[in-house]
Ligand binder design. Structure first.
Ligand code: 6PG
Length: 479
């Protein structure tokens, strides 16, 4: 017998995905890894999976039924290009190569274009949910051609997480659309994590509660509108006691956050597209700041409030923080979806925003009840220009905003960094402002560079003769 699907790369994500595939009715799974020992171990460890294992790429290709479909699960980068090259040598037109790694979407666009010339389909698919998701049901964001989706769709639906009866996978769009959307998912993940971390820090330093007590608060929050995987695991991390010292684990973990790059890509891409994803950017920068021990050491004696402070009413403060977290989270998602809209426009993808929110309801790291509200918002108004202006979110934010402002003020006065909370609030106030001081910036630009400005009362482009008699002239040439 031949396999209807193959997986290349037997590290934990690859082997888990292969096991997931093998566990579903109708699938026979071929596996291959560059070093054959890994493949042999996987075969030995999971004899019931019925894997067809190969030790050469030729045998692997031969073990697949047509159209051949192979999912690459190797570390994103040069390794991916090498495997694609091997597969394109042996595959035939109509076959399908899937890259399931965290590839940069512009690499996926480039690879898709090159592979398409051979008649082979190339699909960049974002896969979220970590090791457990890969094994039990991830959220999958495939790009690529409609033709590839016809073969691949049923297979991916069979292994994806299920949320409210629907598989968490959809054909996102052509070429790099899937990896683009996965990138945004990760950017939102960074923002959500940073917001939760700020909430924890404020509660701890404002009320003196222990990590275990704060774990209970998060567990409680997880029964309401904040219900999400990230809130749930936060409670578990906070409850964990270090075996070695008997202290809360969170107190012995080095406070320098790592990053593998997808958050930074989200921000870099947003800068190119001109989309203010300030919440995501602050989350990325907060990790960078944490990982600068020399600067932190040098600055540790700078003046400012230190240590703990104490709020008058702990319960009221905790509720304020909960509201601030919810409002800031709405902003982070709103910004992320703005970037999806801008990316779709720039790269010509027909991305259904409501569908994206749906496939994020299960399997992925940012899975949450809340995503249903986003789907509803886009269903009610497909042309929605900013998620936060949808009625449900406007209501939520107007309900939360007094708390949100109190928390940001308290953080500033107590000297506690809350970059994601405060930048989200500034973004919100910027968005709703009648007039912005951008008018002054335009005046400054015109002063030093004759960059011109527009007027509120007349069409056209103008310049003031700043170094002359300061009269205004109509400009023909814009800078
Ligand atoms: C997921 C995760 C996954 C991974 C990222 C983020 O959706 O399953 O986002 O892709 O955890 O690589 O990792 P960093 O925090 O190391 O950037």
């Amino acid at each position: 017998t031949k396999a209807n699907i193959g997986v290349i790369g037997m590290a934990v994500m690859g082997s888990n995905l292969a096991r997931n595939l093998a566990s579903r009715e109708g699938n026979t799974v071929a596996i291959y890894n560059r070093s054959p020992e890994k493949t042999r171990t996987v075969v030995q460890e999971f004899p019931d999976a019925g894997f067809i294992a190969s030790e050469s790429i030729e045998d692997f290709v031969d073990s697949l039924s047509k159209p051949r479909t192979a999912i690459i699960m190797v570390k994103a980068g040069k390794g991916t290009d090498a495997v694609i090259e091997q597969l394109t040598e042996h595959f035939e037109p109509g076959d399908i190569i899937v890259d399931g790694g965290n590839a940069l979407f512009t690499d996926t666009i480039r690879r898709e274009k090159a592979v398409r010339e051979t008649g082979i389909n190339f699909v960049g698919a974002g896969i979220s949910g970590g090791e457990e998701g890969a094994l039990k049901g991830p959220s999958i964001m495939p790009g690529g051609s409609a033709e590839a989706w016809e073969t691949l769709g049923p297979i991916l639906k069979s292994i994806a997480a299920v949320a409210e009866g629907e598989p968490c996978v959809t054909h996102v769009g052509t070429d790099g659309a899937g990896h683009f959307v996965k990138m945004i998912h990760n950017g939102i993940e960074y923002a959500d994590m940073q917001l939760i971390a700020e909430a924890y820090d404020l509660i701890r330093r404002g009320t003196g509660k222990t990590p275990a007590e704060i774990a209970d608060i998060f567990a409680e929050w997880n029964t309401g509108e904040l219900e999400s995987y990230l809130i749930e695991i936060t409670a578990e991390v906070l409850r964990q006691v270090d075996a070695k010292t008997g202290k809360p684990l969170v107190d012995v973990i080095l406070d320098q956050a790592g990053a593998k790059g997808t958050g930074a890509w989200t921000v870099q891409t947003a800068l190119d597209l001109g989309i203010p994803v300030s919440g995501i950017a602050e989350a990325v920068f907060a990790r960078s700041l944490s990982s600068k021990p020399k600067q932190r050491e040098a600055a540790s004696d700078l003046p400012g409030p230190t240590g703990t402070w104490s709020v008058d009413d702990a319960d009221a403060f905790v509720e304020d923080v909960r509201q601030a977290l919810y409002a800031s989270k709405i902003i982070a998602y709103s910004q992320g979806f703005d970037e999806i809209v801008a990316g779709a426009e720039e790269y010509g993808w027909d991305i259904k925003k409501g569908e994206i929110a749906k496939i994020w309801r299960g399997g992925c790291i940012i899975r949450a009840q809340f995503l249903n509200r986003i789907t509803e918002a886009y269903e009610q108004d497909p042309g929605l220009v900013a998620l936060v202006t949808a009625p449900y979110f406007t209501d939520a934010v107007s309900h939360a905003q007094d708390s949100w402002r109190r928390v940001v003020v308290a953080a500033a006065q107590a000297g506690i960094p809350a970059p994601a909370f405060s930048s989200s609030l500034s973004y919100y106030d910027g968005l709703r402002a009648d007039r912005l001081p951008a008018a002054l910036v335009q005046g400054q630009r015109d002063f030093f560079g004759a960059h011109t400005y527009k007027r509120t009362d007349t069409d056209g482009t103008f310049h003031t003769l700043w170094s002359g008699d300061r009269t205004e002239v109509e400009a023909t040439d814009t800078h």
